[in-house]
Design a protein around this ligand. Structure first.
Ligand code: NAD
Length: 270
């Protein structure tokens, strides 16, 4: 049986995630690293991916999607919300699949992504690592067992250059817990505390954000009960864990013509 190759394009190829995505796509079996897109005014424009990602591949970066639209099947985008949305439009106009790893979308932007998924297949994942997606299942279980008896707090830490807070992963964790407890994250989330706060409202989910150094991504969810405390922690030590997950998701998307999917679908974690 002939194995189908997945031709992958990486958007934001010169970014922190972009570089490891190039490497992950280059190393993956049955995947062709077909295109690498950087900012048109970037000093990495026209540079070979060999130089960018230290891989044995002479593909050169381009400055936009025009001209390469017939060369790839799935675009992997880890950039910023504004760029992701314009890239999404190009994918929609040209029937291309897209893996979105970008975080920090507001509700209107998420609605645009949902609407685009009526015509193309989209994988939207604030965290593409196997570990975090496993943790989401553990959180659901913990929330279901502990119910409203636990005070729930989510702490995350990332490197000093992260531009959104709390992280998309922390929000996703909050969403999974809120859904399990029949709460709305929009109304029960508390983002940081200061001054005379009064005592804690039992039904809130608290978030605390730390930024500094080169931390790739750390999340701890605390379930604080009377007499005991449960803490579930995930620590990413290398961006390759996200990149490999994103490439796996791109391969998985080849089976789908349209729809909005999550890493839970890809990894078949219930
Ligand atoms: P980064 O700033 O290092 O990379 C973004 C890249 O996009 C930069 O190189 C920038 O030059 C490039 N870019 C901007 N405009 C462009 C344009 N017009 N054309 C092409 N490229 C353009 O950021 P990062 O740390 O790589 O993170 C990127 C995103 O991925 C963030 O939203 C982050 O939160 C998210 N992220 C997601 C996961 C996950 O598992 N889903 C993991 C890590 C990071």
């Amino acid at each position: 049986m002939r194995i189908q190759m997945t031709r992958v394009a990486i958007n934001g190829a010169a970014g922190r995630m972009g570089v490891v995505l190039l490497k992950a796509a280059h190393e993956a079996e049955n995947v062709e690293l077909a295109a690498a897109v950087v900012r048109p005014n970037s000093d990495k424009f026209g540079v070979s991916v060999k130089k960018l990602a230290d891989i044995d591949n002479n593909l050169k970066t381009v400055g936009n999607l025009e001209g390469i639209l017939d060369q790839f099947d799935v675009l992997i985008d880890f950039t910023n919300p504004k760029l992701t949305l314009s890239t999404l439009q190009a994918c929609q106009d040209n029937g291309k699949k897209i893996v979105i790893g970008t975080t920090g979308f507001n509700d209107d932007e998420l609605a645009l992504i949902r609407s685009a998924s009526e015509s193309i297949s989209i994988l939207l994942a604030p965290n593409t690592s196997l570990g975090v997606n496993l943790v989401l299942g553990l959180l659901e279980k913990a929330a279901a067992v502990l119910g409203d008896d636990a005070d729930i707090e989510i702490i995350e830490m990332h490197h000093r250059n992260k531009i959104d807070a709390p992280s998309g992963t922390a929000l996703k964790m909050g969403e999974v817990i809120a859904d399990t407890l029949g709460r709305e994250l929009a109304t029960c989330a508390v983002y940081g505390r200061e001054g005379e706060t009064g005592s804690r409202d039992k039904k809130t989910i608290g978030f605390a954000t730390l930024r500094g150094g080169d931390v790739v991504g750390e999340h701890t969810v605390i379930f604080a009960c009377e007499g005991e405390r449960i803490e579930i922690t995930h620590k990413a030590s290398h961006r390759m864990t996200f990149a490999r997950g994103a490439v796996r998701a791109a391969q998985w998307l080849m089976k789908k013509d349209k729809g909005l999917f999550t890493m839970q679908d890809v990894l078949e974690i219930d």
